[in-house]
Design a protein around this ligand. Structure first.
Ligand SMILES: [Zn+2]
Length: 98
């Protein structure tokens, strides 16, 4: 998973944009995300054939991504999560074994 970083103010952003959302600068470059974050909020969708968890994850670098949580039996806010390698679009799983 890649993030954009501003060369002027060093702020990260996701999804990619033409200008920095922090300072308006245009010198942006792509950097790999650490792949870690915490659950900001979530909802379990039960109306699907197989229930799934939709979550807002705040990445360690700061940006928030809308994603799915997998293999998380009892999701909670502030739960540490980690990016699952090789999945596109990106999904996250628990990083604390819960
Ligand atoms: Zn900036």
């Amino acid at each position: 998973m890649m993030l954009q970083q501003c060369r002027t103010c060093r702020r990260f952003q996701h999804y990619p944009r033409v200008l920095c959302t922090g300072c308006g600068g245009s010198e942006l470059h792509d950097v790999p995300a650490a792949g870690t974050g915490t659950v900001d909020s979530f909802t379990v969708v039960h109306r699907a054939e197989t229930p799934y968890t939709l979550a807002r994850v705040r990445l360690t670098e700061g940006p928030i991504v809308l994603t799915h949580l997998i293999d998380v039996a009892d999701p909670r806010c502030d739960q540490p999560v980690r990016l699952v390698p090789g999945r596109e679009p990106p999904v996250f799983r628990s990083d604390d074994g819960l």
